[in-house]
Design a protein around this ligand. Structure first.
Ligand SMILES: [Fe+2]
Length: 481
């Protein structure tokens, strides 16, 4: 073979390889970032979403797990919508007619292309008053390796509570909100996302106008409430599960919190007669990390604490401050005096319950990730005074919490997963017993963004005045020791 022939062959070979790589690229589309999130009704509705590189249809095939024969021949099909976000394609399907208490097997993708994601499962609420859920916060990783490490925290949680009905992530899924970070998050957490209903909470790193002007990310990642409650910076929504009503706030909307969200929260909670009233949010009202004395948190405390008192919220789950804290019963920004406690045996374990207590318990599950803060001894008063537990999990591990509700009993437990050994340690327990229920009230405050916008300047002036008052109080507290 002469030199020219060799050159020609090499040229043909490289062209074939180039064409081959195009062909691989063209067929390399995949279904990724699969999630199934809670919608309004835990028994019947869920929002499914996923991403692809190429444009295409949004198809869901779902079948009762007991009827699943390894194929989706018996599946019911739903068609959703496809959108474009940051050069990729977001697919969403909303389903509102699931049956209560049923385990489903499903797949999402494009039927015409026969392009499907992994086979997933989800179970709906059976409607009885016994269920449990997991809370984690602030995965906030920025490398594949750190997402993998944070996922060990949730693996630990699922070892402790494999029967959990849903997993609430209290925000800051990612650090810089890049496509890579979201891909790493979904890849490393697929073991949970593909088998459990998620309850997402928008964090300030998850597509916030103050975080590199990345907006609309949260609503382009999860198939949550499609109403006006989706803003550029997050989503607020609520759902019923068992005998609990749970509102998820958008604390990126806090400069100051819009009147629309305040009014929505008041209407939403007052109109529910659920035994347990729970709030999940990102920025914490009671924490002692590096963020607690910042203006955004100070404003939010002044706005939200009186509303939470008025609404009789039992538990508030929040993140953002990367240390562990759990308060005693709190009302009027002070520890409640005279709470009665009773001790009972539950499944062979002795548990002390606050009996029909007044006030709210605020919890912060440190972080599931590796960015951890120490305890800020200068946290504004009375935070450390009303904290039953306040500690750092630095040089220790990721934290998760499990809450079990059984009728009028709520048992909350927090755990740390050791970084090195993955040993799971119980670090805190608190429980509440209620012998009385709630009655729903009529509440029709204006929830519309457009018609409450005139309140903004008034809210802003009030927020600044209250914030200055809070800082003066902090100064006096500091001087006074
Ligand atoms: Fe945060």
């Amino acid at each position: 073979m002469n030199k020219n022939t060799k050159r020609t062959l090499a040229l043909v070979l490289s062209m074939l390889m180039l064409l081959g790589s195009f062909a691989v690229g063209a067929s390399a589309d995949e279904v990724k970032r699969i999630s199934c999130v809670m919608n309004e009704n835990g028994s019947t509705s869920r929002g499914f979403s996923w991403y692809t590189y190429e444009n295409g249809a949004s198809d869901l095939q779902i079948v009762k797990t007991e009827d699943f024969d390894g194929t989706f021949a018996n599946a019911v099909s739903y068609e959703g919508t496809t959108g474009t976000y940051r050069d990729q394609h977001i697919h969403k399907v909303y389903v509102t007619d699931l049956e209560a208490g049923v385990s489903y097997t499903y797949r999402v993708g494009d039927a015409d292309k026969d392009l499907w994601g992994e086979t997933c499962t989800v179970t709906t609420d059976d409607g009885d008053d016994s269920f449990s859920f997991i809370t984690i916060a602030d995965v906030q990783a920025s490398s594949d390796e750190n997402f993998a490490h944070a996922s060990l925290t949730l693996k630990g949680a699922l070892e402790v509570a494999p029967e959990a009905s849903f997993i609430a992530n209290l925000g800051d899924y990612v650090n810089d909100n890049t496509n890579d970070e979201w891909d790493w998050y979904f890849k490393n957490f697929a073991f949970a996302n593909n088998a459990y209903t998620q309850v997402p909470v928008a964090g300030n790193h998850d597509g916030n106008i103050t975080n590199k002007l990345n907006t609309n990310c949260f609503k382009n990642t999860f198939a949550l409430d499609e109403s006006d409650n989706q803003s550029l910076e997050g989503v607020y929504y609520s759902f019923d599960y068992g005998n609990a009503h749970i509102a998820v706030l958008n604390t990126n909307d806090m400069y100051p919190m819009t009147q629309a969200q305040r009014n929505w929260l008041i209407n939403d909670m007052k109109q529910s007669d659920a035994t347990w009233k729970i709030i999940m949010m990102h920025r914490s009202l009671y924490s002692a990390g590096k963020n607690i004395n910042k203006p955004d948190t100070v404003i939010m405390r002044n706005v939200l604490l009186p509303i939470i008192d008025e609404l009789g919220i039992d538990m508030v789950y929040a993140g953002h401050d990367h240390m562990y804290l759990r308060t005693t019963q709190v009302y009027g920004d002070a520890a409640v005096e005279g709470t009665e406690y009773v001790t009972e045996t539950v499944n062979g374990e002795s548990i002390t319950f606050a009996l029909d207590p007044k006030g709210t318990v605020y919890t912060l599950p440190s972080t599931a990730g590796t960015k951890r803060y120490g305890v800020n001894e200068d946290a504004m008063k009375p935070i450390l005074d009303v904290a039953d537990e306040a500690f750092s999990t630095s040089d220790w591990g990721g934290c998760f919490c499990v809450t079990e509700i059984d009728g009028g009993k709520l048992i909350y437990k927090a755990y740390v997963v050791d970084d090195e050994t993955q040993e799971i340690e119980l670090v805190d327990t608190y429980a509440i017993k209620k012998t009385t229920g709630n009655t729903a009230e009529e509440s029709t405050l204006d929830e519309s963004l457009a018609s409450t916008v005139f309140q903004y300047p008034i809210n802003l002036i009030t927020a600044i005045a209250q914030m200055l008052g809070s800082y003066f109080k902090m100064l006096f507290d500091l001087i006074g020791g």
